[in-house]
Design a protein around this ligand. Sequence first.
Ligand code: GDG
Length: 490
Amino acid sequence: GPLFREMFPDRRFVVVSNREPYEHKWSQEVGEMEVRRPAGGLTSALDPLLQALGGMWVAWGSGEADAAAVDSHHRVQVPPENPSYTLRRVWLTHHDIHRYYLGFSNQFLWPLCHLRPDLTRVRSRYWERYRRVNRRFADAVLEEVQGKDAAIWFQDYHLALAPLLVRARRPDLTLAHFWHIPFPPIDIFRLAPQAGYLLRGMLANDLMGFHLPIFADNFLRCAKRLAGAEVDWEARTATLDGHTCQVGAFPISIDIDQFRQAAQADGVEEQMQRIRQRYAPKGGAIGIGVDRMDYSKGLPEKFKALEFLWDRYPEYRERFTFIQVAVPSRSDIEAYDDLSQKVDNQVREINERFGTGDWRPIHLIKQSLPVDRLAILYRTADVCMISSLQDGMNLVAKEYVASQIDGNGVLLLSLFAGAAEEMTEATHINPYDPEGCALRIRDALTLPAELRKAGMRRQQEALTGIYDWMDDLFHAWGGAAAGSAAARPP
Ligand code: GDG
């Protein structure tokens, strides 16, 4: 299990993220606060860890603005049924959400890190608000750890500046940061007018973690060239103003047991039967895709490939059905709204072109499903297709493998998802080549059962879980913290 306590026996554990693990919503009917767990791989993986260790989670109180008025919910013990750690909320105003979250985070850093500078929106008010909100997160952390030893773990690109703001006031704390999305090559990152500030914020950590070595390399090169840090390529450290930041690669994973159990719970076989009857009434194979509706996921490219398949190989009409779960995401942003419409049109055209009286080629489900339902869909599907154009890791690939109880499925995984680096037994596809993708789908559908089973077993054996990820990261963090404590003047 996670060896945080071994690394930091006397430190309070503090997680800082934009997204919160519990949302408190005021229920008009019941006349009291209702608590919801937002779906999300990371929040559901870190929650048990915090429950075991105690400590604190600092996050945006996104549940309801009104909750801000309820003082007792500023700092609340969670989970409600078994209070074991403190959730400290940072409240965001309408302008904060618009400029820090939808603005700088998701219309600047997100597209830049996914190699889409053409989709960035550069606005001084976005940057100004990003700085202010990072300051508010840092202040909340500082207030909570007053007079205490603590190890603070920041999550993701929303909080690039907070580590430096914390370190400036409390150099005795140890800080780590995990970046869940790609870190781009210097030629892209230097397009950021604030590249130097962002890098200095991140370099204030003792440990900076990425999914892949290539992202860590990109970061180190940027740290050297754009922030003037001294880089030791052998040790993979960057030193700036006397502080050394260890940089490393920690490919994230999933809670394997959660998916395995959900995929073989009571009644699942009947549900699989019903899924087949409903979506593939003519029989044949089923394909699945699960993505947020995001331009980095390559949905138009995926549907283009499917169109080639049904066009060139008419024998798959009525014999191969595709289910795409595409949860709406960041829909206040124009690029996301455009994508959603484009996908709707494309699916409508394909369904009109190839659909028959009682068979629809693509079922587009634009809503969030319960995670147990996803696991059953994964188990049912003969093929899972991931077509990301850029993706830090991609958890869906691992969830599909974990849920394949019968071991019959084939994973088609984009070369441009971080997961492809580890999952070498998957069938790698290039989403920019729709004809090639169509051929790979056909190969998957014609592969003899023994080969499919053997391939899936190998992938299941190679899959490591979320707790291994945490162990690796905490181990590296412990080492980095010891190093920087030794280097600090007494
Ligand atoms: C970022 C990085 C990196 C999706 N639809 C539903 C649902 N999901 C869940 C999936 C999966 C998660 O959302 C998506 O994770 P991904 O890893 O695929 O992608 P991002 O959201 O872009 O995540 C990514 C990740 O951070 C972790 O570091 O891997 O590269 O971009 O867990 O199952 N969950 C439920 N209903 C849905 O309809 N319950």
